[in-house]
Design a protein around this ligand. Structure first.
Ligand code: FMN
Length: 326
């Protein structure tokens, strides 16, 4: 029988499947979050790029799109630098509208008690086992661990998903959600084998119908056969991975772009005008695994189907004879 019953992540989120859509800034809004939630996944509304009244509009639009659960993501790094904004966002997120929040990109410990006092479940996103342990000690209900193959920024010394998960499962008792290099149910089954109870996908959902970014950016991901890692002059994003194309190769040679800027150029012209020659087409190593743009709901459904197919394939190793000889 196929069932996620007993999976701690879905017990926490209230969703059907432990499949998260990463809360990427500018795209993780009502159309995408609503489609993921409606398909049974964990949609996450990002809070970094909108003032509170517009966040509330997004929330209401979302509620009009689905009556299923979704979560709210708090960018700790940004909030820590702006205490007034932090208070306003936390007041808004914790006023009973959601049972589930995630934190990321910074030390969440100062916010955790407040989140827990509000009776809200919280998971923390990090690429560091030490930070995950601190978050666990501070009372988070789960952690999202991002391996170094992920998109959106990484550190040169960060562990990749394969080693990271195996090490983490020995040290953490809260549920682990795996992020980095996962686009489908095969990756999901692999992550579960290594100790994860959920997955978190970013690049896969950039190449979705509901992502508002340009068709040209999505096509770069679909056509991607190789990625490139570029060092940037940002403490939070020391290195960024992108599709290997003419622009990223020129940036790596020092012949184009500006490493003091996000995406080494003019990302808004890439996102909304399709100018792949003006900014890095950011993606994880997972970019090489994506070969079509799909609706977000289809991504969730296909991932679940592929996951169970993969689990069945692996359980085929348990032939009666093999069991008898164990
Ligand atoms: C282009 C790009 C932008 C990203 N921006 C954000 C962001 O704004 N906030 C965030 O929490 N994570 C961001 N991420 C990281 C994702 O949360 C996630 O950790 C990552 O995409 C996982 O790796 P994957 O792309 O292989 O699935 C971004 C990822 C990519 C590829």
């Amino acid at each position: 029988m196929r069932s996620f019953e007993g999976n701690r992540v879905i017990q926490h989120t209230g969703t059907e499947f432990p499949i998260f859509q990463a809360p990427i800034g500018l795209i993780s809004r009502a159309p995408l979050v609503g489609a993921v939630a409606e398909a049974g996944g964990v949609g996450l509304l990002e809070t970094a790029s909108l003032p509170i009244p517009q966040l509330q509009e997004q929330y209401e639009e979302l509620r009009g799109r689905t009556d299923k659960p979704f979560g709210i993501h708090l960018m700790v790094g940004t909030l820590s630098r702006m205490p007034d904004r932090a208070d306003a966002v936390l007041d808004w997120a914790l006023d009973g509208k959601t049972r589930f929040v995630t934190t990321g990109y910074g030390d969440p410990t100062r916010f955790i008690q407040r989140i827990k006092d509000a009776g809200v479940v919280t998971y923390h996103l990090t690429d560091s086992i030490d930070e995950a342990l601190r978050a666990q000690d501070a009372g988070v209900d789960g952690v999202v661990l991002g391996g170094a193959e992920k998109g959106g920024g990484h550190r040169a010394d960060a562990l990749h998903t394969f080693a990271l998960l195996q090490k983490a499962r020995k040290q953490l008792h809260v549920p682990i959600v795996a992020s980095g290099g996962i686009v489908d149910g095969i990756g999901m089954a692999a992550a579960f084998a290594l100790g994860a109870e959920g997955i978190w996908m970013g690049t896969r959902f950039i190449a979705s119908a509901e992502c508002p970014w340009s068709p040209e950016y999505k096509q770069e991901i679909v056509d991607c056969n190789a990625v490139i890692s570029i060092d940037l002059n940002f403490p939070v994003i020391p290195s960024m991975r992108a599709v290997r194309n003419q622009f990223s190769e020129a940036v790596s040679r020092g012949e184009a772009g500006d490493r003091n800027k996000m995406y080494a150029g003019e990302p808004l012209k890439l996102f909304y005008e399709g100018r792949t020659d003006l900014a890095l087409a950011g993606c994880g190593e997972s970019g090489v695994l994506i070969d079509e743009v799909k609706s977000a709901g289809q991504i969730v459904r296909d991932t679940v189907d592929e996951f169970w197919t993969e689990i069945e394939r692996l359980s085929g190793l348990l032939t009666p004879r093999a069991v008898a000889t164990v």
